[in-house]
Design a protein around this ligand. Structure first.
Ligand SMILES: Nc1ncnc2c1ncn2[C@@H]1O[C@H](COP(=O)(O)OP(=O)(O)OP(=O)(O)O)[C@@H](O)[C@H]1O
Length: 244
């Protein structure tokens, strides 16, 4: 799905903020990305969703060497990637519903179908009462959940989430992790950058750790019996036809 080989990255003429990063994400995998503030987590994700180019090394995405991808091909590739940004990046003039519906509208899904899916997903993330609200009237945690719903609604091939539970309480954080796991079970490769050690301990996925721009993969602690997802989250997702 993604392969990095000896990748370095710098902003402008500044120092390298990522150094000799080598790893790969298998299709269908679920992993966490950890590391102290400033270690380079967001920068690594930027390389993965093609918002930034490496200063050296090779980044392969969906079996393509990203250095050879033409700018015009970027929007199509990016549509396969769901991103939860640390700063949400919601469309300020649009309602919660319209923000979340956007990726489906871009794909040409009919209004009838998308209404059902968007409404169900917003109920799942606890935003059914905010469906018509504009982002400026929502709390940080609510905006974060709009941003998550928008990232997962079209069942991307790859989901990259930057501190997706940074603004919500523990109960909602766990619920959101179940949503990511459900998406992963349906085939999406997932990487989540987080500082939340209790989530990492609870959900037991492989951990990549960044320290000062250098990456190490940590072995996951031996998992206990897999936890059953106690919630029914998937009707809106399983109900959708392939490619929609
Ligand atoms: N746009 C930018 N221009 C110049 N330097 C930047 C830019 N964005 C990040 N950096 C620098 O790159 C380094 C890595 O930052 P990055 O945001 O990737 O870290 P992070 O691990 O995601 O941190 P946090 O957990 O605080 O979000 C830091 O030294 C930061 O100052």
């Amino acid at each position: 799905m993604i392969r990095f080989e000896n990748v370095g990255m710098r902003y402008g003429a500044g120092p390298e903020v990522l150094r000799d990063v080598t790893f790969q994400l298998e299709p269908g995998s679920f992993s966490f990305l950890t590391g102290p503030s400033g270690a380079g987590k967001s920068s690594l994700l930027k390389l993965m969703y093609l918002a930034h180019r490496p200063s050296r090394g090779l980044v392969t995405l969906f079996d393509r060497d990203t250095s050879t991808i033409h700018r015009k091909a970027l929007p199509t590739l990016r549509r396969k990637i769901g991103v939860v940004f640390q700063d949400f990046r919601l469309m300020e003039h649009m309602s919660t519903f319209d923000n979340v519906a956007l990726p489906l509208r871009v794909k040409g899904v009919s209004e009838d179908r998308l209404k059902k899916h968007v409404t169900e997903l917003l109920a799942w993330v606890g935003l059914k009462d905010q469906i018509n609200a504009k982002p400026a009237t929502l709390s940080g945690g609510q905006q974060q959940r709009v941003s998550i719903a928008r990232a997962v609604i079209s069942r991307p091939k790859l989901l990259l989430a930057d501190e997706p539970t940074g603004n919500v309480d523990d109960e909602i954080a766990v619920r959101l992790l179940y949503l990511f796991e459900e998406l992963n079970r349906m085939g999406t490769t997932v990487m989540i950058a987080t500082h939340n050690q209790s989530l990492i301990d609870r959900f037991q996925h492989p951990v990549f750790h960044l320290e000062n721009g250098e990456l190490t993969a940590l072995d996951p602690i031996q998992p206990p019996q897999p936890e059953e997802n106690p919630f029914f989250v998937n009707e809106m997702m399983h109900g959708r036809e392939e490619g929609q």
